[in-house]
Structures are given as structure tokens and as C-alpha cells.
Design a protein around this ligand. Structure first.
Ligand code: BGC
Length: 428
């Protein structure tokens, strides 16, 4: 990866130096910026369209470069390939600790000018704002704030299964899954791929071990916390969820599963609140009569956060440079954040933007964020690349995928996970 970064830097600097002449020719037409992301679900595309339209009004063409694959593994690979080939995007969806890694490449642009306009330092909560800077300068802009620890459920199925209220604790969840199964419905939708398995494991791990253990594992990468009785217990719980998930859903996407819950074909889905946006896209409002949202059992006080942010690249013309500052400014503007997050299912990063027109789950999300921020309940999502850098995240996801799709014991899986993470620590 280090040598790859060096190669990318050489290619890009070469381009920047050789570009002086083309500036005037390009000024005639509106500048165009490619924005690499992995937002291909209906709700995601609709939310992204807001950005395209707002930028068009400001004289900037956005090429919405959406690369399929929930979790973005493919998008990140394509980003690296393009850079190696000398194609510099305007911005790319990169999150959490990985922003720092990208900072080391020397390819990122300083976007302090955009941050000053909306005073991000003051208006964006520190837990989000701090990720956006590399060595004191802004290099990334946040667009949303997602909560991961949700359980979505179909009210009619719960009712027909004799369940009066959504589960609040792990034993209640287990009892409810058994009831749904006995009533002849599909209990859980999920397990489609490694990223989805890890996304489901995320709140299971938090509920099993609590925030301190969670951070020891996924932020500090402490081998003793990884290969531990608590991890074994969390993996046993993942197995229990797996037992209620049809094998036929392997290979399906998260939004396919959301549709199953929306249309009364499955009772539950464990997913971040991008599912909230997708339910809305399917004209089913979570918190309304058909579908409900409840904090994942045992995690009502916590907020596993996932912030979609975009890194910006050094551009080779003054027009593109000006356009990217406009783009970053727009991403964090109150007007954009209000419209975009409504469709995305998330909440604005700016806490002073009203939630007018948002659904009950989004309102709960903001209330819970504010409480968790006060009470030490904020936890960075490991499955969404917020808690550590690429290779250890990959090691966690691979371990969970292997465990889920084989009959490996929880003890063996915990030990293998600790080993994989140790190896990954030496990569960058
Ligand atoms: C992103 C969300 C996205 C989801 C599914 C997550 O990693 O942060 O914005 O909706 O993947 O594509």
C-alpha cells in the first residue's frame, strides 16, 4: 500500500505540473467533478441527486460515480486504480480513520476555505469534525450522521406472532424470533455477504460487551479483548441470529432485505439507518403503521455512529479547485444537509438544522445522539470503517464471514480473529 501511494502521488503530481496550458480551454465549459461513492440503492441515488442538482445551480457538473457494493469495498478499490491511472476524482467517499491514511499520500486538497464559510469547527460536533482534518487542515467534508444500532420490524408479522411490543433485551429478541418462526414467518432478513454479517455483528458485539470492551477490540485492537470469553459470547449470539436467517438470503443486498421487511415477507432486519431511507423510498414510513424501529436490544443508551464523508483531491486547474471548494461548502450547508439526510435516512451533522419533515426514527436518532454524547455512549462503527484503518477492518470482516459461512466454533473464530488482526496491524 505504501508503494502504491508513492506511485499514485508520482502520477498525480505529474499531471498537475503538465496541466498549465489546458486551463483556459477548460474555463469555457462548466467544471466537472467526479464524486466516487457506493450509493446505488434507490434512496441513496435519490439523496445524491440533491447534491447533483444543487451543484448544477452553482455552475458545477457533478458526475455521480456510484460503484455498487454496500460497505464500499469495490468503490475503494476502483478509487485506487483510477488514481494509479492518473484519473483524479473531485471527491471520494472515505470515512473515519482512513481519512488519516489518505492524508499520508499527499494527494488530498486543503479545504479549509470551505470549512470557514460554515464554521465547521463550531457547528459540527467534535466527534465528527476531528476526523475531517489531517495535520490540522480540513481534507474531508461530512454529509450525514447514521446510527447503526437499530432493529427494524414489520408490525403486522409481530402482531400475528403474538408479540405486543418490540424486543428491548437480548432474551426478548430470542423469544420473539422463536415466536415469529412458530407462526410460520421468516424471522430475520440478513447475512447477504461479509459486510452485512459484520454490520449485524456490530450492535451484537456492543450489547454483549458494552462500549469499553467494544473500543478495546475495534479501536485499540487489543488481542486479549479480541480473543476473549466476551468475543466468544458475542459470536454465539451471531450464530443464534444466523439460525433465524434463511440461507437463501446469502448473496442478497441489504436493500433487498429492507424490502422483505417493508412488504411483510420478513419480521426483522438489523441494519444502520440507511435502511430507514430505503423504507421511505418504498413508501413505508418507519415509525408509522407498517414498520417500526427500536434501538438494537440492550443498546438503547448507545449510539454506534457512521459518518459518510468525502475526501478531496488536489486538482490540476484553478476552475476545478474553485469547484471543489464550492462542493465541500455545499455538502455541509444547512440547506443541503436538511434535504439530503431526509432521503438518506440519517440526520444532519449540523445539530442546529431542524428535523422538519423527518420521520420518528430520525427524531429518535438525534435525541439519542445528544444523550449518548453527554453520557459517553458514542461508539465508532467498526463495520463501517469508522473505528480503525483498512486492513484490521478487513480482518474483522473476513473472520466474521468465515465464521458465519462455516461451522467454525466461536472459540476458534475468536482466536483466528485475533491472529488476523495482528497480521493486519503491520499493513497500512
Ligand atoms: C454507508 C451508507 C450506505 C451503506 C449501504 C454504508 O457503509 O456509510 O451511507 O448507505 O453503506 O450502501
Amino acid at each position: 500500500m505504501k508503494s502504491m501511494h508513492k506511485k499514485m502521488l508520482a502520477v498525480c503530481v505529474g499531471l498537475a505540473l503538465g496541466s498549465g496550458l489546458s486551463g483556459t480551454a477548460m474555463a469555457a465549459s462548466a467544471p466537472s467533478l467526479s464524486v466516487i461513492n457506493w450509493w446505488t440503492a434507490g434512496s441513496e441515488a435519490k439523496a445524491m441527486h440533491v447534491l447533483v442538482q444543487m451543484m448544477k445551480a452553482k455552475g458545477v457538473n457533478i458526475q455521480n460515480d456510484a460503484i455498487a457494493g454496500g460497505g464500499g469495498a469495490q468503490a475503494r478499490t476502483i478509487l485506487k486504480t483510477r488514481l494509479m491511472e492518473g484519473q483524479i476524482p473531485g471527491a471520494a467517499q472515505i470515512k473515519g480513520v482512513e481519512i488519516q491514511q489518505w492524508g499520508h499520500t499527499g494527494l488530498l486538497a486543503n479545504i479549509d476555505a470551505a470549512a470557514q464559510a460554515e464554521d465547521w469547527n463550531k457547528n459540527v460536533p467534535a466527534v465528527i469534525n476531528d476526523y475531517m482534518k489531517y495535520k490540522g487542515n480540513y481534507v474531508a467534508a461530512p454529509m450525514d450522521l447514521h446510527r447503526l444500532n437499530w432493529l427494524w420490524y414489520n408490525r403486522a408479522i409481530l402482531k400475528k406472532s403474538g408479540i405486543a411490543t418490540a424486543p428491548q433485551t437480548w432474551p426478548e429478541l430470542m423469544a420473539d424470533l422463536a415466536k415469529v418462526k412458530a407462526a410460520g414467518f421468516t424471522p430475520m432478513a440478513g447475512g447477504g455477504n461479509g459486510w452485512m454479517i459484520a454490520t449485524e455483528f456490530d450492535p451484537i458485539a456492543l450489547e454483549t460487551g458494552g462500549p469499553t470492551w467494544y473500543k478495546d477490540v475495534f479501536v485499540k485492537l487489543n488481542p486479549k479483548a479480541i480473543d476473549s470469553p466476551t468475543m466468544v459470547k458475542a459470536l454465539e449470539r451471531l450464530r443464534a441470529i444466523e439460525a433465524y436467517t434463511p440461507k437463501s438470503l446469502a448473496g442478497r443486498t441489504w436493500n433487498f432485505d429492507t424490502a422483505l421487511v417493508a412488504h411483510g415477507k420478513a419480521a426483522f432486519q438489523i441494519m444502520g439507518d440507511w435502511a430507514n431511507g430505503q423504507f421511505e423510498f418504498l413508501h413505508v414510513t418507519p415509525g408509522g403503521p407498517q414498520v417500526g424501529c427500536v434501538a438494537f436490544p440492550g443498546t438503547a443508551k448507545e449510539f454506534i455512529y457512521n459518518v459518510d464523508s468525502f475526501i478531496f483531491f488536489r486538482q490540476n486547474t484553478p476552475e476545478k479547485r474553485a469547484a471543489e471548494i464550492k462542493l465541500a461548502e455545499t455538502m455541509v450547508s444547512p440547506k443541503f444537509q436538511l434535504l439530503f439526510n431526509k432521503y438518506k435516512g440519517s440526520i444532519p451533522d449540523l445539530m442546529n438544522v431542524s428535523l422538519n419533515g423527518y420521520n420518528a426514527c430520525q427524531k429518535k436518532s438525534r435525541a439519542q445522539f445528544l444523550v449518548a454524547r453527554k453520557d459517553n455512549g458514542l461508539v465508532p462503527s467498526f463495520s463501517q470503517n469508522m473505528s480503525t484503518y483498512g486492513p484490521p477492518t478487513g480482518a474483522f470482516i473476513d473472520s466474521l464471514d468465515k465464521f458465519y459461512t462455516s461451522n467454525e466454533s466461536p472459540q476458534a473464530a475468536a482466536a483466528a480473529m485475533a491472529k488476523r488482526v495482528e497480521v493486519a496491524k503491520s499493513q497500512d
